[in-house]
Ligand binder design. Structure first.
Ligand SMILES: Cc1cc2nc3c(=O)[nH]c(=O)nc-3n(C[C@H](O)[C@H](O)[C@H](O)COP(=O)(O)OP(=O)(O)OC[C@H]3O[C@@H](n4cnc5c(N)ncnc54)[C@H](O)[C@@H]3O)c2cc1C
Length: 243
């Protein structure tokens, strides 16, 4: 059976971009429906925030929750050269406002994305999980909504004046519109894992991101998280990693 709904805005995906858009739009009084394939909490990569995420987090009203969260505070980034020598930490407070932008966080996406989604709900957005967007609905050359399928196989048509594609790297609309073009210069692959009990610095350096360079090939990340976890990954050309 085919059901139908009508909203002002449809959003594909409840990652940070989908939930942020939902928070702002619902806050302006629009009827927002977010369609998310996964049930939360769910794993996702993308764990080290940059200093200037402070402003969007503030706009979303999330600074208090971030400050009270278990997320590790990040004050700096440190670089390790190929000979193994570590640079002095680059402390953000040497350049940016100490009380705001100069301190950010090392997050875990399972928790961060739940926080963002709940924030959007609190502003009035309707976020539904276990619903996969299968198709864009087009009429007269424009997108008028989406067709979804839930885990029980129920197919629904959702209609709205605006549909936002916040599906992340899957780029739902771009792929289906054949807008995605491969850039031959971007051949990097990332491989990562997590360690418990790994070494970390003390005090304000405990939350520093460390970046170790592999000359002309790529780089490693070392991101300390809460619960004594460290995220370690490497980004380099696929051919180099699999040689
Ligand atoms: C290896 C790696 C390391 C990274 N490290 C960092 C970092 O340290 N710091 C940082 O800031 N960023 C980092 N990023 C980038 C970060 O992961 C992304 O910028 C971020 O996840 C984008 O958020 P988003 O909301 O756009 O998409 P996503 O987080 O990917 O969320 C998209 C959501 O859409 C849902 N979805 C997709 N298709 C459908 C569909 N058809 N129907 C319904 N739902 C759908 C997915 O289930 C998902 O929940 C990293 C990325 C990679 C690949």
């Amino acid at each position: 059976m085919l059901n139908a709904t009508e909203h002002d805005v449809l959003i594909i995906g409840a990652g940070p971009s989908g939930s942020a858009a939902a928070t702002i739009l619902a806050g302006h009084g629009h009827r927002v429906l977010v369609l998310e394939r996964d049930t939360f909490p769910r794993y996702r990569i993308g764990e080290s925030l940059l200093p200037f995420t402070y402003e969007p987090l503030k706009r979303l009203g999330l600074i208090d929750q971030m400050r009270k969260s278990a997320f590790v505070k990040k004050y700096s980034v440190q670089f390790v050269s190929p000979n193994g020598r570590a640079s002095q930490p680059f402390y953000f407070f040497n350049r940016y406002d100490r009380d705001t932008v100069a301190q950010t966080w090392q997050i875990r996406r399972a928790e961060f994305d739940v926080m963002n989604a709940n924030n959007a709900r609190a502003r009035g957005a309707d976020i539904r999980h276990g619903i996969e967007v299968k198709e864009l609905l087009r009429e007269g050359g424009r997108v008028v909504g989406v067709r979804t399928q839930d885990t029980d196989g129920e197919v629904v048509e959702h209609r709205a004046r605006i549909t936002l594609d916040c599906s992340g790297k899957e780029a739902f609309a771009a792929v289906r519109s054949q807008w995605r073009k491969k850039d031959p210069g971007l051949n990097k692959v990332a491989v990562w894992t997590y360690y418990k009990g790994a070494k970390r610095d003390e005090g304000i350096d405990a939350g520093a991101t460390t970046v170790a360079m592999i000359p002309e090939k790529g780089w490693f990340w070392y991101i300390p998280q809460h619960d004594d976890m460290v995220s370690v990954g490497v980004v380099a050309e696929g051919k180099y990693l699999s040689r």
